[in-house]
Design a protein around this ligand. Structure first.
Ligand code: BTN
Length: 266
């Protein structure tokens, strides 16, 4: 007997029923990483919007080579194939787009007022609730496809976190004072919202996504520290540049564009 509510493909499909994406969904029990499964499907020609969702990942991965804790039946561990016709330089915009889509779905379905920390973390109550990993595959120097990996801590209790994540990560259940979330409903809503924002982006460009991102940001206007392999710098996050990078203003008023790295809100 499982002590969690299993994901239901029917329920998932019902909750993303407005979708025009024809790739379908694969619901799997245990995988190393849904990123690898989605990549395999993309390589064999799977269409845009093909989604892979797993109950558990044994080798879930995050940005910068980190592990992604993905216990069975507690989260949404999902990867989606995208085939945008975009210059490589603009792929960071897709990360922000995915953040907007997931944040919108979380707020609507669960009532938790998540916010987006640049570039791709969703926070609730000051702790991380979701991470997004956008991986691109290149062919002949151009973009071939992207895999948008989404990890949402849905029904984890404090005991479900390993020591290194205590005080850093939180879940929707914890933020709702112990009230669990229907994972199939939320995953369906995330997919529907991802498709909606993606179509908006393809029709109207980055502007509407940027405005939504800014309205959901917990980074803008804040004093932040940026950690890169070159060192640490501090400043105020004053906006996004046209590619989705963060504009950081230092004490002397000088503004730099940050296109990658890890920030800390201080
Ligand atoms: C991060 O914040 O570092 C990004 C985390 C992304 C985790 C998701 S879970 C589904 C997909 N499969 C993975 O192995 N990683 C992503």
């Amino acid at each position: 007997m499982s002590n969690y509510e299993t994901l239901s493909l029917n329920q998932l499909k019902k909750n993303s029923s407005a979708s025009n994406w024809s790739g379908g969904m694969q619901l799997l029990e245990t995988v190393v990483s849904t990123q690898e499964e989605a990549k395999r499907l993309a390589e064999s020609g799977a269409p845009e919007g093909t989604a892979v969702i797993a109950e558990e990942q044994t080798g879930g991965r995050g940005r910068m080579g980190r592990k992604w804790h993905s216990p069975r039946g507690k989260g949404i561990w999902m990867s989606v194939v995208l085939r945008p016709k975009l210059p490589l330089l603009l792929t960071p915009q897709l990360t922000l787009l995915a953040g907007v889509a997931v944040c919108t779905a979380i707020r609507r379905v669960t009532g938790v007022q998540a916010g987006i920390k640049w570039p791709n973390d969703l926070l609730a109550g000051g702790r991380k609730i979701c991470g997004i990993l956008l991986e691109s595959s290149l062919r002949e120097g151009g973009l071939h496809y992207c895999i948008a990996g989404i990890g949402i801590a849905v029904n984890l209790t404090e005991e479900d976190y390993p020591d290194y994540l205590r005080g850093v990560g939180t879940s929707l259940l914890i933020q709702r004072g112990g009230i669990p979330v229907d994972r199939s409903e939320l995953a369906g809503a995330v997919l529907a919202e991802l498709e909606y924002q993606y179509n908006l982006y393809m029709e109207q460009g980055f502007k509407p996504i940027r405005e939504l991102w800014e309205s959901m940001s917990v980074t803008l206007g804040r004093q932040i520290a940026l950690n890169t392999p070159q060192g640490r710098s501090e400043g105020t996050a004053v906006g996004l540049d046209d590619n989705g990078g963060l504009l950081l203003k230092d004490e002397s008023g000088h503004i730099t564009n940050v296109c990658s790295g890890e920030i800390e809100i201080i």
